[in-house]
Design a protein around this ligand. Structure first.
Ligand SMILES: [Zn+2]
Length: 444
């Protein structure tokens, strides 16, 4: 759209410069990327030790100096930051010069509990915007001025509903045709489809399960979308089977992304499909191995944001699980390190009374032999797991027996598999769907 294109051309020069920088830095070698991170990390640690009361105290207690942690190997020994530490030390985590940096309040959506509030500065947001432009738009081949269809669930980002004039105004202003993922009725999806036909977007972006609902709707109705260059997947973990399903129905490659409000975009997929490239100019990603049965190389993800000086998040455990890549360089030529895959949340690891820990990924992986599209495995105590499935499907005795046959051998013998028929599934406050979660796992 012309207005969106004009807006892009008139964007602040610093933003344009940063976008240009990140367009080029993604093709540095991995050594150059790591050297760049070391420089940024050293600066951040010095700033934290001088201007952030929480870290001033921490360095004092450790009897250490920022230079003791500025190599990536030694940095692994620096204490981690958790949600509960942030809540308990909120004021002390804000730098004494934060007001000069521009304090912008933000929070998580509280998908697994109480929302976490924090501050980010102008520099953080400038890098976050540039990272999104590169990872969400440029990597799938989207060009400034083109239109995008967006199915989004966070009410802070999208309005409740749109009149025709509001919708046109939104498209002219932002280039985005929006659908609220909270309310995906047949009628709303059809209206969205009609608007997509009218504006011919070049890219679709959205919450994974909402995109799956929309794809199933298109399939059911036999509707074809205008040709898009790709589908960008955000906010939820996605399995390869779901990616293939979306690609088949929408008729375009899918691009997985990984991020969070605390740290902005952390990784994005390129066309070579060798994993997700870390956004190394923004975040330093580390992997801490965790022990579970039936899952190899599973790690807890620890992230340091290198740009937010107002409230530094250093070695922050955001509660996500992933597998680091062993593939080396990506054939796309980008030197940004690769993550093999994002697996889910730490709250998806079920820990049972006999000490066995099972990653949520296993529950999702086994479902491919059964084929339920919507279901939830929930752990409410140490001796059982409940599978919530649609009331209609739960009435099918053969299906229920098949589920027991597949899952029971993987569970400790003391653990009961319960099946609970439900009318509908609960989503989180931000509209995310969780296939697996443990109500007894701590989220800090
Ligand atoms: Zn690549």
């Amino acid at each position: 759209m012309i207005t969106a294109k004009l807006k892009h051309l008139l964007t602040n020069r610093d933003e344009v410069r940063l976008q240009k920088f990140m367009r080029s830095s993604q093709y540095w070698s991995e050594e150059e990327v790591r050297a760049h991170q070391r420089v940024k990390l050293t600066k951040l640690l010095v700033h934290a030790s001088e201007r952030v009361p929480y870290y001033q105290k921490l360095f004092k207690e450790l009897g250490a100096h920022p230079s003791d942690f500025s190599e990536l190997e030694t940095f692994k020994t620096f204490p981690v930051l958790t949600k509960s530490i942030i809540r308990e030390n909120f004021e002390d985590l804000i730098s004494t010069d934060a007001s000069e940096r521009g304090l912008i309040k933000n929070s998580t959506g509280g998908s697994t509990g109480e929302p976490l509030v924090f501050y980010q500065d102008r520099r953080f947001h400038a890098f976050a915007d540039a990272a999104r432009i590169r990872g969400w738009y440029e990597a799938p081949g989207f060009k400034a001025g083109e239109t995008m269809g967006v199915i989004w669930g966070d009410m802070r980002d999208v309005g409740d509903d749109y009149s025709a004039s509001q919708r046109i105004a939104t498209v002219l202003r932002s280039g985005e045709v929006l659908l609220n993922a909270f309310n995906l009725s047949e009628e709303r999806m059809y209206r969205f489809y009609r608007w997509l036909c009218l504006f011919s977007p070049k890219l679709l972006r959205g919450y994974v399960t909402a995109l799956v609902d929309f794809a199933a709707f298109l399939e059911r109705r036999g509707l074809a979308l205008p040709t898009v260059k790709g589908v960008v997947l955000c906010a939820e973990t996605v399995s390869p089977e779901v990616q293939r399903y979306l690609e088949r129905v929408i008729g375009a490659p899918s691009y997985n992304t990984y991020g969070g409000r605390e740290l902005s975009l952390i990784a994005f997929e390129c066309g070579a499909k060798m994993g997700l490239h870390e956004v190394s100019e923004n975040n330093l990603v580390e992997f801490e191995p965790i022990e579970t049965s039936h899952a190899e190389n599973l790690c807890e993800i620890v992230v340091t944001n290198l740009n937010n000086y107002a409230m530094p998040f250093i070695r922050y455990k955001l509660g996500d699980l992933g597998v680091p890549s062993k593939k080396g360089e990506c054939s796309c030529g980008r030197g940004l390190p690769l993550i093999e895959r994002i697996v889910g949340r730490t709250t998806e690891v079920m820990r049972f009374a006999d000490g066995t820990a099972i990653a949520g990924e296993m529950f999702i992986h086994l479902m491919k032999d059964i084929g339920l599209r919507q279901y939830q495995f929930v752990q409410q105590d140490e001796n059982s797991v409940t599978l919530r499935m649609h009331r209609d499907e739960a009435l099918d005795g053969t299906l229920v027996n098949r589920i027991r046959e597949v899952y029971v051998p993987f569970l400790p013998s003391s653990v009961k598999l319960k099946i609970e028929p439900v009318e509908c599934f609960n989503k989180t406050l931000t509209g995310k769907f969780r296939f697996v979660f443990s109500e007894i796992a701590r989220d800090d």
